[in-house]
Design a protein around this ligand. Structure first.
Ligand code: NAP
Length: 242
């Protein structure tokens, strides 16, 4: 079977991001029993990991290496849409118009949503064994799709997720050269009840609980094959346009 099965106990999984989806994904991976160890890393996690500080990402890779277990799964569940930036007194909200564009807001969105996941790829992808099927998945967002952009707005979030998607695609090409059984994908989780979505969930939208969303995401990852690498997936298994 070349499909990934997170139910066969083996190796180590790392979820980065201790928010609603990160905690639910780590819990679901643990409950499925597919890995000997599931690490939940992040600013509120153990190991501590702040994506804007590369040393903490490198330290995370050392912690994984020190387990002596093969790394099989990495899921990045961090993200920034609204809230304080590096200066806690400066609070950013998604831009409704170009009049609201702010370089500090854009830089922070790119640091968390694109550059941080790229650093996780830099430090963790080399730990994937060459002869096994491993999965590197970053939670992206449908609003990061350029092809699907119908409504505009949310410049920093959209553009930083589009940059993340390009990083995932680029890393997937490099990964395939040395680890042809493995996958590197972007995945949209749907609209999920978390602090990130709370102020912006529109009436009429289906909003799922993090546990429900985590189960759909893992089922979708389980069903992907190496030829599905380098693509943008929705939680329900459908492919999204870049
Ligand atoms: N919820 C949705 O409806 C929805 C829809 C589309 C896409 N997504 C994507 O899904 C992912 C998970 O979001 P969520 O819904 O679970 O939101 P969330 O509960 O707000 O979690 C986001 C997490 O990102 C972490 N984070 C932010 N900056 C960080 C940094 N510099 N270093 C390490 N961690 C950092 C936050 O850490 P702290 O807890 O320390 O602040 C928070 O735990 C994000 O990529 C988001 O864009 C979510």
């Amino acid at each position: 079977m070349d499909g990934y099965d997170s139910r066969a106990p083996d190796g180590c999984a790392v979820v980065v991001g201790t928010g609603g989806l990160g905690r639910a994904l780590a819990g679901a991976l643990d409950a499925r029993g597919g890995h000997v160890r599931v690490m939940l890393a992040g600013r509120g996690g153990e190991p501590f990991c702040d994506l804007t500080d590369e040393q903490t990402v490198a330290a995370l890779a050392h912690r994984v290496w020190d387990t002596g277990l093969p790394l099989r799964t990495v899921i990045i569940a961090t993200g920034f849409l609204h809230g304080p930036g590096p200066n806690p007194h400066q609070v950013f909200a998604p831009e409704k118009t170009w009049r609201h564009l702010d370089p500090g807001h854009m830089a922070h969105a790119f640091a968390v949503n694109a550059i941080g996941p790229a650093l996780v790829a830099k430090h963790l992808l080399p730990l994937f064994p060459a002869s096994r099927r491993c999965v590197f998945a970053a939670l992206s967002a449908k609003v990061g799709s350029i092809g699907d952009n119908q409504t505009g707005g949310w410049y920093a979030y959209r553009a930083s997720k589009a940059a993340l998607n390009q990083i995932i695609r680029t890393a997937s090409i490099e990964l395939a050269r040395s680890r042809p059984l493995s996958l590197c994908v972007a995945i949209h989780p749907g609209t999920v009840e978390t602090p990130l979505s709370a102020p912006h969930a529109k009436a009429g939208l289906t909003v799922r609980q993090p546990d429900q969303a985590a189960a759909r995401i893992l089922d979708t990852l389980d069903g992907l094959h190496p030829e599905d690498s380098g693509r943008f997936w929705s939680y329900d298994g459908k492919e999204l346009p870049w």
